[in-house]
Design a protein. Structure first.
Length: 425
RNA sequence: GGAGAGAUGGCUGAGUGGUUGAAAGCGGCGGUCUUGAAAACCGUUGAGUCCUUUCGGGCUCCGGGGGUUCGAAUCCCUCUCUCUCCGCCA
């Protein structure tokens, strides 16, 4: 959520910046609501002040043993106007909050302006794309004889799920283990395990709700509604919701493995083949909770940590700075890591690293105590995949295939595979 | 699933209708003392928000929501969560 004060001060500038993302900020509507809010709030607070004063007078009079009948008569009349004003104010406040909750974050000044993903900027490329002197197979064809079973998954659940058997299941588990080990041992992350079902407050905090409800799997139980997490960013980031953290505790760096559940309602017909875009996939997530002044350094750091995994796996990739139009709702700046997929002859997203600045922190009321002022201040939150495990598996199959459609295990993974060097049927 | 007890400031914990935004302690911050530190002592210390150029003032908040009342941390209803005991269970 944006700072309402910022919009009040300069709605036009905010609107312009939001427009670079292809989103519209209805300045007129905001100002209308804001004017109503202001008028009503002042009136309401005056009435409340009056009521409080009268109540005090009653109390004092009673304490002195005076007769209070007349005083009570006066005060009773105030009740209706107060209640009426209160209702109106609450209504406007609710509308204003809903309005604010739907506004995306403001892009950082370093984010390239663009109209579509075509305007994303290549920051750097690591290694040349894998060259194979035969026609590469895609991961579906490679995986089928090795135990990648979409038919079984369809029977159990439906489309966009996968069953992995034998060495493929093991390879996925090895990847998870490997990534967590690197991040905890070499990058200083705290490993953390979290719930995979989250409440509405948590999803509001990280920005999935209310705007992207259709992308989530919801679980209804009696009155309450829960959601399967679309990423462990939700659970992990919300650990600091409604907290005031001591400054010396920052930065907090968490690494978390979880399954992720996405209904991908807006992506019908995209990547229908294979396990690129499934309803359920494994991900190792990195989350930073940092001092506001350090969040852009942290973004570079976090991104480099995700890159390190690709480097150790020796998978060619490139780093993209997303342009304004391609930014996620909560992000002020995002680097996507794209891994080379020989079968598609192109780079595909395997990690997305974002600085949300205080956008999520404001929704969550996640703060730290500034030692200089002693006052609580919003933290900055960042998150990034380190990496999407399912897509990493795909990348390994495709980049490490040989002519016989056998898969060579990257060196760093071999210890995690009991020394296995090749996967074959 | 059954029975009971709770939820108060960064933390522990008092407070059952009228200056209680809340005692006390811990922690934090400032100071005295000390060569320095510790200890001791003194002072200070909740959050959000609105109005105001400043000074300052107001409002809201004692798990969430609703109600009673002139007035609610305190009474009533409801939900959530935590703890104890019994049952069941990976």
């Amino acid at each position: 959520m944006l700072d309402p004060k910022l919009i009040r001060q300069d709605a036009e500038t905010v609107s312009k910046k939001i427009a670079t993302r292809g989103a519209a900020l209805d300045v007129a509507r905001f100002q209308l609501l804001e004017d109503q809010r202001k008028t009503l709030q002042i009136k309401l607070q005056e009435l409340q002040n009056e009521r409080n004063n009268h109540a005090k007078m009653v109390g004092q009079a009673k304490a002195k043993g005076q007769n209070v009948d007349e005083l009570l008569q006066q005060v009773k009349k105030m009740g209706d106007t107060l209640k009426d004003t209160e209702e109106k104010f609450n209504q406007v406040q609710t509308e204003l909050n809903q309005f604010l909750a739907m506004i995306p974050n403001i892009p950082h000044e370093s984010v390239p302006i663009g109209k579509s993903e075509k305007d994303n900027k290549v920051i750097r490329t690591w290694r040349e794309p894998t060259k194979l002197n035969f026609t590469p197979k895609d991961h579906v064809d490679l995986g089928a004889p090795l135990g990648m079973d979409f038919a079984a998954a369809a029977k159990i659940s439906g489309a966009r799920f996968v069953v992995l058997r034998n060495q493929l299941a093991k390879l996925q588990r090895a990847l998870v283990q490997f990534m967590i080990d690197v991040h905890t041992r070499e990058h200083g992350y705290q490993e953390i395990y979290v719930p995979f079902i989250a409440n509405a407050d948590s999803l509001f905090g990280t920005g999935q709700l209310p705007k992207f409800k259709e992308d989530l799997f919801a679980i209804k139980r009696d009155e309450s509604e829960w959601y399967l997490i679309p990423t462990s960013e939700v659970s992990v980031t919300n650990i600091v919701r409604d907290e005031i953290i001591e400054a010396d505790q920052l930065p907090l760096k968490f690494v978390c493995h979880s399954p992720c559940f996405r209904s991908e309602a807006g992506s019908y017909g995209k990547d229908t083949r294979g396990m690129i875009r499934n309803h359920q996939f494994e991900k190792v997530e990195l989350v930073h909770i940092v001092h506001p002044e350090k969040s852009y350094d942290a973004l570079e750091e976090l991104t480099s940590h995700a890159e390190k995994i690709l480097q150790l796996l020796e998978l060619p990739y490139r780093v993209m700075a997303l342009c304004t139009a391609d930014l996620g709702f909560a992000a002020a700046k995002t680097y996507d890591l794209e891994v080379w997929l020989p079968s598609q002859n192109c780079y595909r997203e395997i990690s997305s690293c974002s600085n949300t600045e205080n956008f999520q922190a404001r929704r969550m009321q996640a703060r730290f105590r500034d030692p200089k002022t002693g006052k609580p201040e919003l933290v900055h939150t960042l998150n990034g995949s380190g990496l999407a495990v399912g897509r990493t598996l795909v990348a390994i199959l495709e980049n490490y295939q040989d002519e016989k459609a056998e898969i060579h295990i990257p060196k760093v993974l071999q210890p995690y595979m009991n020394g296995l060097t090749v996967i074959k049927p």
